[in-house]
Design a binder for this molecule. Structure first.
Ligand SMILES: *[C@@H]1O[C@H](CO)[C@@H](O)[C@H](O)[C@H]1NC(C)=O
Ligand SMILES: *[C@@H]1O[C@H](CO)[C@@H](O)[C@H](O)[C@H]1NC(C)=O
Length: 248
């Protein structure tokens, strides 16, 4: 072979090797696994914390999307006195969450996650109409929300299924409770179509009463976001048989 053909051949082999390596990585999601007895809460907590950062990663091979930042085209809040929609929101912060405890109940097929997150930021467009606790509020435009510490209590109900003779678990139901532990900064542009006095009054109220306001509006937002993370987790869990992480 001429040296030119040889080097082209070497390059081709290298590319082929690289390609195989990438496919290999993609088809074997590298979730670090701990094998836990189902009643060993400390082990389950370690296992969930170890697997979590990978669950936030995109993996085109199994259809997993990137979770931090996360994109939500629409989040809808239908509260009794307040309707809001958030469009094209980018959310960062799920990487900052740590599970302080994870309790698995084999009999009831439940996993309870007590979660502490260092902070979230949300940016996008909003449309709001109704009453924010005591103040009438309406408008649409750009918004941003910045939180610090947040506690999320996440209750998951699991189901078991069998594929090719192997048993897997997936989450089938989610309940979320969220609590802002530190001030939240609310910035909604163009409230009341830009009428500054009205807009400033609402923003001042929201920022001074950050906890009450968060209690009022956060649930639809966290529900939508946690659902998305769980959807990703389910995609990974479909690739890992139960006997690789739960031992009798
Ligand atoms: C909110 O209410 C609207 C109108 O009543 C409805 O179309 C929509 O599906 C509801 N969204 C949610 C998330 O419940
Ligand atoms: C959200 O983004 C999409 C794609 O860029 C755009 O078509 C859509 O109009 C945006 N939504 C709003 C409410 O601006």
């Amino acid at each position: 072979m001429s040296s030119e053909v040889q080097s082209a051949f070497a390059m081709f082999s290298l590319l082929l090797l690289l390609f195989c390596a990438i496919v290999n990585v993609l088809s074997n999601p590298a979730i670090p696994l701990y094998q836990c007895k189902s009643n060993d809460d400390a082990c389950v907590t370690r296992a969930v914390n170890a697997a979590y950062p990978l669950v936030l990663e995109a993996n085109p091979e199994i259809g997993a999307e990137p979770m931090d930042p996360m994109f939500q085209s629409v989040i809808e809040g239908n509260l009794s006195i307040l309707k809001f929609k958030l469009f094209n929101t980018t959310i960062t912060g799920f990487r900052s969450c740590v599970f302080e405890s994870a309790k698995y109940n084999e009999e009831q097929q439940t996993l309870k996650l007590d979660t502490l997150c260092a902070g979230f930021t949300l940016n996008g467009l909003y449309d709001i109409n109704g009453r924010l606790i005591i103040l009438p509020v309406e408008g649409n435009g750009d918004y941003s929300l910045t939180t610090k510490k947040f506690r999320l209590i996440i209750d998951l109900e699991l189901k078991t299924f069998t594929k090719d003779g192997k048993t897997y678990k997936n989450v089938k139901n989610i309940k979320v409770n969220a609590e802002a532990l530190e001030p939240v900064v609310y910035d909604f542009r163009n409230l009341f179509n830009g009428q500054k006095d009205l807009a400033d009054a609402v923003l001042k109220f929201a920022n001074e009463n950050w906890k009450e306001v968060a209690d009022e509006v956060q649930l639809p937002v966290f529900m939508a976001n946690v659902k998305k993370v769980v959807k990703n987790a389910n995609k990974y869990m479909k690739t890992i048989p139960v006997d690789e992480y739960i031992v009798e």
